[in-house]
Each structure stands twice: as structure tokens, then as C-alpha cells.
Design a protein around this ligand. Structure first.
Ligand SMILES: Cc1cc2nc3c(=O)[nH]c(=O)nc-3n(C[C@H](O)[C@H](O)[C@H](O)COP(=O)(O)O)c2cc1C
Length: 358
């Protein structure tokens, strides 16, 4: 067993305010201070999607490495893939601090960062310099002051496609005014069509990364149905379900529960899994889904897979548990798959829904 440095480093890091702790973690990863954790290797964990081979289904969700500073160090912590961003065409500072809160008693986080990032040129330079090993997706957003939102996604897709194993249109962060309205039926089809058009123009067919859409957990049924229709129309290669929620479950007990922004972590598990389940049904299991929201254990990841996720991602649980959690999830996932007679992750995808239909 490798040493879990977070057992001693975690409590020290969490003495810092959340954003300073986050910066310290990035710097530690960048300087090589964090020892690599060997990935759990098992044939049942490997996932083939979009012509890519994911060594395991557990990815790092967007928002941790917003500027693409440490994707390889993060892959070295055992993740099957890493999503960098959200990146906007131009650098922007984000919202005033404090803008990230630990809800420790709730195993949750609230953030209202507002897409603070160094812009797509800085991201492109870093990604161009890295060895192309390990799967890195790039999550795209719009600048706060951009009026023609689709133009920003066009720019991001065209500029970053050469360095991305997949691209994500993020229209679901609650901290950029008007952003989530882009998920509405009348706006989404145009946004997706324009982004795909820019992507097609900028890259050769053979090198074109798959295009995904990341959605909010707070959508109503009519929106979900419209999104599924756009996705099945061939404009999208997958969906990420979901981003943070603006809802505040009554169960929250932390003093920070009323901060504005997006809630993530344990309280997001049920609502995001419900939307995932619904999306799997609406897309008839034909479209790869990435399940994210409140995953803190192998069982959580497994529930998402059985609800319809081909891959999963996490962020908030890492704040409380450190990256050794990734290995534990993969290790226990092997056991859970074998227990239920699945030879691999793909066989378990949507299993609950198949059982319901029979
Ligand atoms: C501090 C913080 C910043 C985030 N920033 C982004 C972001 O820039 N883009 C994005 O698509 N999601 C962002 N997210 C959302 C996560 O990618 C993820 O969808 C959400 O946190 C749910 O997963 P979790 O419960 O495992 O944290 C952020 C989450 C947190 C906690």
C-alpha cells in the first residue's frame, strides 16, 4: 500500500482558507512535492469511448485545474482522465473573494468563483508543451462581458481542439450571469451548432475531439427533453451530468449553507443522479454520459454507472479525503463489478434501468 500523504497533509491544508488551500495543492502538485499514486490496473476498469481508452472510469471534474497547470501530475494520482478549465477566451479575475466555502459538516462545498482563469492562450501554451499521454478534456466557458456567447465557445473550441482529448461546452455554472439560460431549448441548438461548426472548420476529421455538453442539476423536464433531442440529433457526442446546484437542501447544517453560489459534494449526489437517470432514459442509452455530483465512494460511483454513466468524475470529496480516494474507489469498484457478474464497466452502464424495463 502506498502512503496516503493526505492523512497528515490534509488537516494542515484544511487549516488554510479554501482558496489558499487549493492554491497550495496546485503548487505542491506542480513542484513534484506530492508523491505519485500508482493507478489501480484492472481489465474490468478500462473503458473505450470515442476511440479513447480510459484506463479507469474515475476522472477529475472541471474547476480544480482551471488553467491546465498540472494535468499530468493529477493523472499521476490515479485518475482515469482529467478535465481542465473552465477556460474563457480572455483571462478574467472572477468574483470577489471569499468565493469558496467548506461545508465540512455536510461534506459539501459552495463556490461562486465566476470562471477566474488565465484565458485560452495560456491554456493552449501549457497543453501544447505537455507530453500527449493520458486523457485530458478541456472545459470551455464564456467571458462575463461577452454578449454573443456562442462566439466565445467557437473561439475556445477552435483554439483548444488540437490539445484536447475531448471538449466540453459548459453552460451550467451558476456564477456567470445568464449562462444557464443557454441551456434553454431556443438557445441551445444554435449554440451547439455554432460550436460544432467552428470545431469542424478548425480541425481535420481524424483529429477532431468529441464535443460534450455539461448540464445543471436544476433543469425542468421540458429542458431535459429538449437537450436530449439536440444531443441525439448528432450535434453532441456526450453529456456531463451535472454541475453544482443552486438549490439548498433543508438537511444542510453548516454555517455557510446560505452562501450564494453552486453547492457540490454529498448533498448533490441524489439530485444529480436523478437527472443522470432521466437523461439516460431520454437518450435511450445511445449517448455516453459522464456522471458527476457527490461521489465520495466506490458505491457512489457504481450507483452512477448503474444509473447510466459510462464514466464518472469528482471534485468536492477530494477536498476532504485527498487523492488517495481515487485508488480506493477504483479498487472497490473492481469488487462491486465482480460481485454483480459484470466483466467490465460497460456491462454495468444503465443496468438499473434495464432491470426496470424488463
Ligand atoms: C471550487 C469549485 C470550482 C468549480 N469550477 C468549475 C468550473 O470551472 N467548470 C465546471 O464545469 N465545473 C466546475 N465545478 C463543478 C465540478 O466540476 C462538479 O461538476 C461539481 O462540483 C459536482 O461534483 P462534486 O460533487 O464531486 O464536487 C466546480 C466545483 C467546485 C467545488
Amino acid at each position: 500500500m502506498t502512503t496516503d500523504y493526505y492523512r497528515w497533509a490534509g488537516p494542515l491544508i484544511r487549516k488554510l482558507p479554501p482558496e489558499a488551500a487549493h492554491r497550495a495543492a496546485i503548487l505542491a502538485l506542480r513542484s513534484g512535492l506530492v508523491p505519485p499514486l500508482p493507478a489501480i490496473q484492472h481489465p474490468s476498469l478500462a473503458v473505450e469511448l470515442w476511440g479513447l481508452r480510459f484506463p479507469n472510469p474515475v476522472g477529475l471534474a472541471a474547476g480544480f485545474d482551471k488553467n491546465g497547470e498540472v494535468p499530468d501530475a493529477l493523472l499521476g494520482q490515479g485518475f482515469g482522465f482529467v478535465e481542465v478549465g473552465t477556460v474563457t477566451p480572455r483571462a478574467q479575475p472572477g468574483n470577489p473573494k471569499p468565493r469558496m466555502f467548506r461545508l465540512t459538516e455536510d461534506a459539501a462545498i459552495i463556490n461562486r468563483m465566476g470562471f477566474n482563469n488565465q484565458g485560452m492562450e495560456a491554456m493552449a501554451a501549457r497543453l501544447a508543451a505537455r507530453p500527449r499521454a493520458g486523457i485530458v478534456g478541456v472545459n470551455l466557458g464564456k467571458n462575463k462581458d461577452t454578449e454573443d456567447a456562442a462566439a466565445d465557445y467557437e473561439k475556445g473550441a477552435a483554439r483548444l481542439a488540437p490539445f484536447a482529448d475531448y471538449l466540453v461546452i459548459n453552460v451550467s455554472s451558476p456564477n456567470t450571469p445568464g449562462l444557464r439560460a443557454l441551456q434553454s431549448p431556443d438557445q441551445l441548438a444554435t449554440l451547439v451548432r455554432r460550436t460544432r461548426g467552428a470545431l469542424d472548420e478548425a480541425t481535420d476529421m481524424a483529429k477532431r475531439p468529441p464535443l460534450l455538453l455539461k448540464i445543471a442539476p436544476d433543469l425542468v423536464e421540458a429542458d431535459l427533453a429538449a437537450i436530449a433531442q439536440v444531443a441525439l440529433g448528432g450535434a453532441l457526442d456526450g453529456l456531463i451530468v451535472s454541475n453544482t446546484t443552486v438549490a439548498r437542501p433543508e438537511t444542510l447544517i453548516s454555517i455557510h449553507a446560505r452562501e450564494s453560489g453552486g453547492l457540490s459534494g454529498a448533498p448533490l449526489f441524489d439530485p444529480s443522479t436523478q437527472v443522470l437517470r432521466r437523461m439516460y432514459r431520454l437518450t435511450k442509452g445511445k449517448l455516453p454520459l459522464i456522471g458527476v455530483g457527490g461521489i465520495g465512494s466506490a458505491l457512489d460511483a457504481y450507483v452512477k454507472i448503474r444509473a447510466g454513466a459510462s464514466l464518472v468524475q469528482l471534485y468536492s470529496a477530494l477536498v476532504y479525503e485527498g487523492t488517495a480516494l481515487v485508488g480506493r474507489i477504483n479498487q472497490d469498484l473492481v469488487t462491486l463489478l465482480a460481485r454483480d457478474g459484470f466483466a467490465n464497466v460497460a456491462q454495468a452502464v444503465g443496468a438499473d434501468q434495464r432491470a426496470v424495463r424488463r
